[in-house]
Design a protein around this ligand. Structure first.
Ligand code: XMP
Length: 331
């Protein structure tokens, strides 16, 4: 057993339960933080959400959460985060609407890697600025989970990829230390703890959503027009997947803005609109992925609905490429 495995074994014994984990972690957080303050970057994802509620239960108003809306979130995502975490739990949450700033910064960039770097870099700058405004905060909270530690090569494991959660935020903001209350949990265990904390099922069971958000699903230059079209198409696809109870069969399913325009016909008149792709994959570890065999009738009905209801779209294609050779995300 290496160090990380020993530490996990100490926290998650054979008889662990979400309730006992919550109780122990609340005590551990209180011991570590004392009467000091914690700042947490929330993404709306499962890990940072569970982390936020655990920290809130432990230290209440000593916690400040910051949610940066980079303009590449899914439809209504920012509103839902506010409703649940500020409304239901009463967490001290600051939401920053930075859409304009991010889109301005990303203007003209079409290369996928440069787009990622642009969004990642700007995220850090916005977060840093916000942290400075808040004055002295001693600790940085992070929703690091056990696979992040393994993938980043910590604890004697071989590095697979540099994960954004491990050492991803800048150290020079001046934090005394990190608080990582779900660090030794696997994803399914984080979900169990989330349920026990009373986080709504639709948030706990969420599919993974990449840090750069829809930026990696909106090909070519990022514009508000294209992102809005994508958000609407994606919302329809996700809603239909849930209605048809197909959402449990796919680990990830989403729409992609292909940036290609095609000719179509609506109400007897010619249209020239975007082609949207839909993708639903099944995977256990996200390293390889297969295609979920959606019923053909379902696919054609979704295609028709998106191409009819979403302004600016007149064609939908179904991405049936496994990983490898494709990746799950398009960029
Ligand atoms: P790919 O596209 O590499 O995706 O097959 C594998 C898994 O990783 C997610 N992904 C990301 N997650 N930040 C994240 O937090 C990122 O930059 C990022 N890029 C890809 C992707 O959604 C899939 O689950």
């Amino acid at each position: 057993m290496n160090q990380a495995e020993k530490e996990r074994a100490a926290k998650i014994g054979k008889n662990w339960t979400p309730k006992s984990y919550i109780k122990n972690e609340i005590e551990a957080i209180r011991k570590q933080v004392g009467d000091k303050k914690v700042l947490l970057a929330m993404s709306g994802g499962v890990d940072s959400s569970v982390c936020a509620v655990l920290l809130h239960k432990a230290i209440g108003k000593q916690l400040t959460c910051v949610f940066v809306d980079h303009g590449c979130m899914r439809k209504n995502e920012a509103k839902e985060v506010k409703k649940v975490f500020k409304g239901k739990f009463g967490i001290n949450l600051i939401q920053i609407d930075a859409e304009k700033r991010f889109l301005e910064k990303a203007k003209g960039i079409t290369d996928p890697e440069l787009k990622r770097k642009c969004i990642g870099g700007e995220f850090i700058r916005v977060f840093e600025e916000e942290a400075k405004k808040l004055g002295k905060i001693e600790f940085l909270g992070q929703g690091t989970i056990y696979p992040d530690i393994i993938e980043s090569g910590v604890g004697g494991h071989k590095a697979v990829k540099a994960h954004h959660n491990v050492g991803g935020l800048p150290k020079d903001i001046g934090f005394e230390g990190l608080v990582e209350p779900v660090k030794y949990l696997y994803k399914d265990e984080v979900r169990k703890v989330g349920r026990a904390l009373g986080i709504p099922a639709e948030m706990v069971d969420r599919q993974p959503f990449p840090g750069p958000g829809l930026a990696v699903r909106c090909l070519g230059e990022l514009t508000k027009e294209k992102l809005d079209v994508l958000r609407d198409a994606d919302a329809i696809f996700r809603e239909e997947m849930a209605k048809a109870k197909l959402d449990k069969k796919a680990q990830q399913f989403f729409a992609v803005m292909t940036n290609v325009k095609a000719v179509g016909v609506k109400n007897g008149a010619r249209t020239y609109g975007y082609v949207i792709a839909i993708r639903a994959i099944s995977t256990s570890q996200f390293v390889k992925a297969g295609i979920v065999e959606l019923p053909f009738k379902f696919v054609t009905a979704v295609a028709e609905k998106i191409a009819t209801k979403v302004k600016g779209v007149n064609r939908v294609v179904w991405d049936v490429t496994p990983k490898p050779p494709a990746t799950i995300e398009w960029e």
